[in-house]
Design a protein around this ligand. Sequence first.
Ligand SMILES: [Zn+2]
Length: 344
Amino acid sequence: MRVRSAARGSTRFAATLAAVAAAIVTQAAPCARRAEPAFRFQNNFWVNLHHLLRGESRRRGLHLPLRVDPTAMTPAERAAWSDALDRYAPYGGRDLVALVSDPGLIPSLGALNNMLTLVADDRHLDAPELPADVRTALTEAAPVYRAHGWANQQAVNAAWIAAVRPLVARYGAALADAIAAAYRSAWSTEPYLVDACAEAGPDGGYTIDGPPGTAAHTTIEAANPEYQGDMALEMLFHEASHTEAMAGRVRAEIARVAADEHVETQPDLWHAVIFYTTGELARRVLGKTNDPTYLPAGDRYHVYDRRWKTARAALGKDWQPYLDGRVDYETALRALVRDASQAP
Ligand SMILES: [Zn+2]
């Protein structure tokens, strides 16, 4: 659910990729275009250990309960684990979605995640660009994690992937089509990396620009109760919608209309739009539109309550009729932008 950082370099990079993809699509036969995001699910040891060390180091510093119990370790394991947490301390308070560091500072957590997601071998840490401290931390913590928690986490990740795959196979194409049509955009033809993970920040999931050759890199906390069952499908597409192809399009369209209408919207109105749109279209594709017990994630988890109450009302009033095919896109978008910019 996290907002991807608006790092200029990565956005430009994504735009370049999109332009290349668009050029390829233009030259290819229409049937060569992929209609839906190609999710590449991963159960990656290093990505899991990286997030766990970052979270555990943070919790230790804040005197919060730890997830890996040091009292269950041998003295040698405890020393290695503690040293790894020390080395991760500079990352404890950093933003998971940031991709670009200031010059001279340590690499961003997103950059580290993108390096580690490419390491398929869970014994040999083959990532030459890793900073020495991070490499040492991961290397010394690896045997400790293998002895204390990884087998269980690996099974949790595998179960989450096994549960979401059939949902994507059954509903993915229809949901992808509906989302792309709603924004009048198209999914990237590059793979969407999805790492099932021990933890993924305060909201249980986030998406960043992925390594070169990918459309995006999503990390999801596999055991998070908000990402199970039907919500796994919805949130998977919510995360995929964080990319330039979808969220970028929504941001640009909101900006266009807001300038036209001389109104100022919340800078993250686009995020409320993708919450609402993905939720509404997932409910429809799942055949739950008339099920009063079914709520999309945004309503189910009170996502709009804090600062999007006006936006939520405008989405229901102005955007829902468009999603239902009763109002045209431009009319709906203009009404949404106008109504969402009103004071609550
Ligand atoms: Zn989000």
